[in-house]
Write a protein that binds this ligand. Sequence first.
Ligand code: TMP
Length: 236
Amino acid sequence: MKKLEQLYEGKAKKVFKTDDPELYIVDYKDDATALNGLKKGTIAGKGVINNRVTNHLMKMLEKQGIPTHFVEELSERETLVKKVSIVPLEVIVRNIAAGSLAKRVGVPEGTKLGSTVLEYCYKDDALGDPMVNEYHIAAMGWATREEMETIASYALKINEILTAYLKDLNIELIDFKLEFGKLSDGTIVLADEISPDTCRFWDSVTKEKLDKDRFRRDMGGVEDAYQEIMKRLMGE
Ligand code: TMP
């Protein structure tokens, strides 16, 4: 499968057309941004790790009944995916208070939540991805109520599957962000990535951060943390 015209360049990935109108190629970059684009940098080797980790997790989720856009890993940084129209929402799932939630409600990071929290943010860089609720989503026509039921139930099931899987690898899944897309026939599938860029992973014992917070917060050891996640998930 050959890369044709570039369709889109995001902060961490490029997307290309292929000669099959229903398939795209995603190409992962080492570029990193944080604070809504204010902080920019590179994380050496990140593109390779995020490509491989995402594909590993998507294949596992597919086996457990979650439809995804994944088709085939083409190279270290490139993956063939199904063409989707992205539902313009970041779907955030939280098990432990951290990041913006810890700030918003004034609890210390690491506080266990009494039950899983789902949040939605409208994907719009110029607006800073504002948080919205199901009423906004239906009223604005970003997704139907029925589509949101599917998305919420997939998000919760993904949380259960990933939490259990990562626990065995001594990784605590604090929170993560998902994106969903619609195939041409309207089927909702998991899209985008699941990686240390989009999840908070803490070592279960030491509580050491093994994710992009090390970049966001200038903690150092960013590359090592990404490597450690790939090693624990894929044995290398
Ligand atoms: P937050 O605490 O900053 O709201 O982030 C919650 C989770 O979502 C965290 O695992 C990081 C991830 N996330 C993204 O992947 N992209 C984003 O743009 C944001 C704001 C968060």
